[in-house]
Design a protein around this ligand. Structure first.
Ligand SMILES: [Zn+2]
Length: 409
């Protein structure tokens, strides 16, 4: 379920013929969009024009073009959307200008994607001119309106209309609202998160980055081996390493704007997590994660991939949710530091423990699942279907494993 603050900004309305209200064919796919400035009133406008189109059309001055270019660059800095200037008058986005009367300062159509033709339908963006060179657009408000209207072209909607909405401070933190309270030259975190849910993040932040749970409100990243850390958190944390997920220090709040809240953007890949000194819950994603619980009694769920799990000090619990989550037989999860007081939670597997032994011969073929601890390879070895042959394994660095360590129902 996509978060409400993202649904409140996405134009997911279905058009005729199942067209998408976005420029790409599916979520996460980056796009290249051409643009240009109108040199005359268009013969076939892509959005319903206002009457002023014929009486007060004006061309963009060089300075005004620079403002539009700046707005395009700002959106490109966050999402995988590239803009290329072309010389034709039928570009993906054509920018026009004419006089407008309060409260109208601009309006825009939306780039649509036609799945049948596998093609993008172009659109127009109209911005207010004062009817003379270097007018409205060169003010701070001009750039803010340009960002807002380009947001519409890319598929963002007003958060105060439609089924899912933002309210209060959440609404005012969006550049797509009427009462935007943020800086004129930067979209809000919900705007960025929504745009990234459509096009994926920009190919930036490509190195090894560390993001702080609770203080980085919007965690997004274009690539590299990255870490989310709660090492300096002042309370227990919930860390979800999956993309499009909410993490927090202390308690989950109603709004991401509240203290201690973090959102990991859609299509952002995080490889490592570090817990706080308190009792954390950490959930891994489908990648090969390295998760360190640190101090405290932590609960760690590796999720898919071959994860390396460190409980650290305290009584930690390692949760194995499914055989698939363990990885493959050859390349599987590894519990790196099982210590007295730690537990392994196998309740989801409905499996029976056959004790410790040196080979698979300890297994007794029968009905249902079974497993044992191989003391030579230091692995829990699972026979999911009960036919006496191993199907899955998890390495556990421990001398022995007994019933006291396992939670099985
Ligand atoms: Zn609008």
């Amino acid at each position: 379920m996509t978060a409400k603050f993202i649904r409140a900004l996405r134009n997911d309305w279905k058009y005729i013929n199942d067209w998408r209200g976005f420029a790409n064919s599916s979520d996460g796919e980056g796009v290249v969009i051409t643009y240009n400035f109108m040199t005359k009133v268009p013969d076939e406008p892509r959005v319903d024009p206002l009457p002023e189109i014929n009486t007060s059309f004006s061309r963009y001055s060089t300075v005004e073009q620079t403002v539009v270019r700046a707005a395009l660059k700002i959106w490109s800095a966050y999402a995988n959307v590239k803009f290329v200037k072309v010389d034709t008058q039928d570009a993906g986005i054509m920018f026009g200008q004419h006089r407008m009367y309060d409260p109208v300062e601009g309006f825009a159509g939306t780039l649509l994607f036609d799945p049948a033709k596998q093609a993008m339908r172009p659109t127009d963006v109209w911005l207010k001119s004062k009817g003379f060179t270097d007018g409205f657009l060169t003010t701070h408000r001009g750039l803010e309106v340009a960002l807002h209207e380009i947001g519409h072209a890319l598929g963002l909607k007003h958060p105060f209309a439609g089924k899912a909405r933002l309210t209060g401070d959440d609404r005012d933190s969006s550049i797509m609202s009427q009462d935007y309270s943020g800086p004129y030259n930067k979209p809000g975190i919900y705007d960025i998160a929504a745009l990234q849910s459509i096009y994926g993040p920009a190919h930036k932040r490509m190195g090894a980055n560390t993001y702080k749970i609770g203080s980085d409100k919007l965690i997004w990243d274009g690539g590299g081996i990255d870490t989310v850390s709660a090492a300096s958190a002042k309370a227990k944390t919930y860390i979800d390493m999956n993309d499009g997920s909410w993490s927090w220090v202390g308690k989950k709040a109603k709004s991401l704007l509240d203290d201690g809240q973090s959102w990991t953007g859609h299509f952002t890949q995080i490889e490592k997590a570090i817990g706080s000194r308190y009792d954390d819950k950490i959930v891994g994603n489908e990648l090969d994660n390295i998760i360190q619980g640190g101090k405290g009694n932590d609960t760690i769920t590796g999720g898919g991939g071959a994860d390396r799990l460190f409980g650290g000090a305290g009584k930690d619990t390692f949760v194995l949710k499914s055989y698939a989550d363990m990885g493959t037989l050859e390349h599987h999860d590894e519990i790196m530091d099982l210590q007295p007081g730690d537990k392994i939670d196998l309740r989801a597997l409905h499996t029976a423990f056959r004790g410790s032994g040196e080979s698979d011969a300890i297994l007794t073929p029968g009905t249902g699942g079974q497993f044992y601890f191989n003391s030579v390879s230091q692995e829990l070895r699972f026979d999911a279907d009960g036919n006496g042959v191993i199907d899955a394994a998890v390495a556990v660095h421990a001398n022995t494993i007994n019933q006291a360590i396992l939670i099985i129902f």
